[in-house]
Design a protein around this ligand. Structure first.
Ligand code: AMP
Ligand code: MG
Length: 337
């Protein structure tokens, strides 16, 4: 199969719709990361996403819909506070999990009695979702565990010859995946941190919890239990106090004939660049680091033999989401990975 990277004009949108109606899979741009989509009503199509990605069968998918799609067709209950959240943040990088049983293919939510729904703001995504007028089940368009894709080329690198179309909307502005919010209880609870922060949600509905898995419990957002976002090169992770050790680690890799790079926020990056070290500069703010994280990891794996991160100093807001991805990409997490 030839994989085409195409602009989402009418002709290609119609081709994309044909593929979807025939049970095929199409990759598409969103404002967070690229998605790998299939008709959420079609069992075989949804199963093929898991096969293509090598995704564990208990890690549920998000259903993507256009802004005017009537979600009462696919959920059982719409808690009152979700109305406020929809008005404040949608379309945008917020996924809401609703009670839902038997409305779409059971493979979307891996047998859970809930459904995660997102309304992306990207124009390319909206055009595609409007054209198909169906809920599109879509995880990020990367091979399972690999770094999430933020350009059409990243998707191509993982799925060349395996999918027919990539709807190219350019680079993804947001850079990390949506916030996943459990809306099945009395107050919303964040299952995965992202660009819509806890503070932002609280300011709209007054309260917002953050899910913490209890020992031995099955995680509510099963995807969070897996090692994720890993670049193909070796990685090492140090705190700011361990900078001396990080430099030793860099030198040792060079002595072995390797090509180490540091992976740093701007302050440190500037300092170490001046001293002649090779560096990826993630930026200063949480928003900048979110936007650059995956692009930098994808680039790093083509250039570096060893990528050495030093823990950023910025905290709070979007940084919660960035730290979650960064520590998982570098294998530094308390999750059962
Ligand atoms: P991905 O699209 O690859 O970024 O993964 C989707 C994320 O949403 C994963 O962390 C899933 O565990 C989470 N998710 C999807 N559906 C549900 C659901 N019904 N309940 C809880 N989490 C979900
Ligand atoms: Mg993913």
């Amino acid at each position: 199969m030839k994989t085409h990277i195409v602009s989402p004009n009418q002709e290609w949108l119609e081709r994309a719709k044909e593929h979807i109606l025939q049970g095929g899979v199409v990759a598409f741009h969103t404002e967070t990361v690229y998605g790998l989509g299939a008709n959420a009503f079609n069992d075989e199509a949804v199963k093929s996403i898991f096969a293509l990605k090598g995704r564990p069968a208990d890690n549920p998918l998000i259903a993507h819909v256009h802004r005017d799609y009537d979600i009462s067709k696919i959920v059982d209950e719409v808690p009152a506070y979700t109305e406020k959240l929809r008005k404040a943040f949608l379309p945008g990088p917020l996924t809401m999990v609703y009670p839902s049983k038997g409305k779409v293919s059971r493979y979307v939510s891996c047998g859970l009695d809930t459904l995660a729904i997102r309304v992306p703001s990207s124009l390319a995504a909206q055009a595609f979702l409007r054209e198909v007028d169906l809920p599109i089940a879509a995880p990020s368009a990367n091979r399972s565990k690999h770094v999430s894709p933020v350009t059409a080329q990243h998707v191509y690198d993982d799925f060349e010859g395996k999918i027919p179309l990539i709807l190219d909307g350019g680079a993804c502005d947001g850079g990390i995946e949506s916030t996943v919010l459990d809306c099945t209880g009395e107050i919303p609870v964040i299952l995965r941190a992202g660009l819509v922060t806890r503070e932002m949600i609280k300011s709209v509905v007054g309260a917002c919890g953050v899910y913490e898995k209890k020992a031995g419990e099955r995680p509510k957002s099963p995807g969070m239990a897996y090692k994720h976002y890993a670049p193909k090169c070796k990685t090492a992770y140090f705190t700011a106090e361990e900078i001396g050790q990080a430099i030793v680690c860099y030198r040792e890799e060079e002595e072995k004939g390797g090509r180490p790079y540091f992976f740093l926020e701007s302050g440190f990056a500037k300092e170490l660049t001046k001293k002649g070290f090779r560096v990826f500069d993630l930026g200063e703010t949480g928003e900048q680091m979110a936007q650059r994280l995956y692009a930098a990891l994808r680039q790093a794996e083509t250039q570096a033999t060893l990528l050495i991160a030093i823990e950023p100093s910025v905290r709070g807001g979007v940084m919660d989401g960035v730290m979650n991805r960064l520590t998982r990409a570098f294998g530094r997490t308390n999750d059962e990975t």
